[in-house]
Write a protein that binds this ligand. Structure first.
Ligand code: FES
Length: 107
C-alpha cells in the first residue's frame, strides 16, 4: 500500500499507509490526523483539506488542478504555488512516498 507522509504545521510527522483509490484527504481523516478538516467530505467545496506538495517530482505525478480546485483554493488561507486540495489527490502506486505539509490553519 502506498505510504504517505503527512507533516503537521508544528513539524510532527505521520507516515500512513493509504489504500490506492482513496484520496490523500481520506487517508488523513480516516486515521484521525489533525490538520485536515475536510468539512465538505471531499466534494471540492470547502478548501479545508488544503496541503502543500513541495516535491516537484511528486507534484508532476498528480493531475493538474481543475478549475474548481483553483477556485476553491482562493478561499484557503496561506496559499502557496505548491498548494493543493488533498481531496482531489487520488492515491496511486506512483504516489508511494508522497509528502504533504499541512498549513497552520484550514480556516
Ligand atoms: S474536503 Fe472539502 S474541498 Fe476537499
Amino acid at each position: 500500500m502506498p505510504k504517505i507522509k503527512y507533516i503537521e504545521h508544528n513539524g510532527k510527522e505521520h507516515e500512513i499507509e493509504v489504500p490506492e483509490g482513496w484520496s490523500v484527504m481520506e487517508g488523513a481523516v480516516k486515521n484521525m490526523l489533525p490538520g485536515i478538516d475536510a468539512d465538505c467530505g471531499g466534494a471540492c467545496a470547502c478548501a479545508t483539506c488544503h496541503v502543500y506538495v513541495d516535491d516537484p517530482a511528486f507534484a508532476a505525478k498528480i493531475p493538474p488542478k481543475t478549475d474548481m480546485e483553483e477556485t476553491m483554493l482562493d478561499f484557503a488561507p496561506e496559499v502557496q504555488p505548491t498548494s493543493r486540495l488533498s481531496c482531489q489527490i487520488k492515491v496511486t502506486k506512483e504516489l508511494d512516498g508522497l509528502v504533504v505539509r499541512m498549513p497552520e490553519s484550514q480556516h
